[in-house]
Design a protein around this ligand. Structure first.
Ligand code: PMP
Length: 339
């Protein structure tokens, strides 16, 4: 048995996550589908990687000085990552978040000592959007830097250097395809760029939820959305700095119901408790494997991202009343709400 050596400090716990072969999705697709267990990061999401690299980059540029403050607008997971990294390095954290995100994320941010500002959800063009609010707060706060995860390419660099390299090694240098959804786009662009450096033949696919504009953009060159999604942390309406020149070869659009079905199956059949973006990613991986098979690839090897833990969504995805209110199917093992 080989066991990893001790980590020199808590920040070294970020990344180097396990990769798991997913039985149900592999059987469904007649392929080998692997999930990168990003819920195993200290902040329980893929965003710890971006948080660490954004803060390290700000330090290296001299923008963040000892005792400084990191300000960010986030659906929650990046804020959790930033708060953990900032605590470990002696910085303060201010997080601006839309108030429709899960109560667990807000409670977690407060528990970690972040100063939390919530704003009503609104369109990106509105100056009160959480991203613009966080930029203004950073400008007004002495000694603060704005993490700017959407356009700051230190985000995707974490995936070029880290996630892609880990996948390449964990999959024995044999990968046919990779897919995931985009929030900032840091993961899909960074892993895509990184994997293509190892093997340009690897197919990189965007998996988009409904209500996002990237599927239409990569399919037809037009930023246009239809429908909607309750998935947190994914669904983008513009080409962010992190999505610039992302090597996307193909794209899928996945409905919440299909993503939820995989969330349910992975929980019941494989003992994994995940959030909805992970379920949507797995549905995308099954679709990508089918497309690769149709193109003649025998038993394709496809990787995707298991972005965060389902424990972050007990009041939403795992709450029958919430699901019913959204018109979504309730997991059949959960007690029904009183009629
Ligand atoms: N899933 C969840 C739950 C997230 O919080 C995020 C981050 N916004 C993503 C997926 C997408 O990651 P990225 O920002 O790298 O596109």
């Amino acid at each position: 048995m080989t066991v990893p050596p001790p980590c020199p400090d808590t920040l070294a716990l970020i990344g180097n996550t396990p990769l798991v072969h997913l039985k149900g999705p592999s059987e469904a697709a007649g392929a080998d589908i692997f999930g990168k267990c990003e819920f195993a990061n200290p902040g329980a999401s893929v965003k710890d990687r971006a948080a660490l690299n954004i803060i390290r980059d700000a330090e290296a540029r001299g923008a963040l000085q000892p005792g400084g403050t990191v300000v960010e607008g986030t659906a929650g997971n990046t804020g959790i990552g930033i708060a953990l990294v900032a605590n470990a390095l002696g910085y303060r954290t201010i997080i601006v978040m839309p108030d429709n995100q899960s109560a667990e994320k807000m409670a977690t941010l407060r528990a970690l000592g972040a100063q939390l500002v919530t704003v009503p959800p609104t369109k990106f063009a509105d100056p009160n959007h959480f991203v613009h609010t966080s930029r203004r707060l950073a400008e007004q706060t002495p000694g603060a830097v704005w993490a700017n995860q959407f356009d700051n390419q230190a985000n995707r660099a974490a995936h070029i250097e880290g996630t892609a390299t880990e996948l390449w090694q964990q999959m024995d240098h044999r990968i046919d395809g990779f897919t995931c959804a985009a929030g900032t786009g840091g993961t899909i662009a960074g892993v895509g760029i990184g994997l293509k450096r190892y093997d340009p033949a690897i197919t990189i696919a965007l998996t988009d939820p409904h209500g996002a504009a990237l599927y239409e953009y990569y399919a037809h060159g037009e930023l246009r959305s239809e429908g909607n999604s309750v998935a947190e942390g994914i669904g983008q309406g513009r080409i962010t700095g992190n999505l610039q020149d992302a090597p996307i070869d193909t794209q899928f659009r996945i409905a919440d119901e299909e993503g939820l079905d995989w969330v349910a199956r992975l929980l019941r059949e494989e003992g994994l408790c995940l959030g909805l973006s992970s379920g949507i990613n797995v549905a995308g991986a099954v679709a990508l494997a089918s497309e690769l098979k149709a193109r003649g690839v025998e038993r394709p090897r496809v990787a995707t991202i298991l972005c965060d833990t389902g424990f972050r969504y007990l009041s939403t995805l795992y709450n029958p009343a919430w699901l019913a209110e959204k018109g979504l199917p309730v997991f059949d093992w959960l007690p029904r709400p009183e009629e």
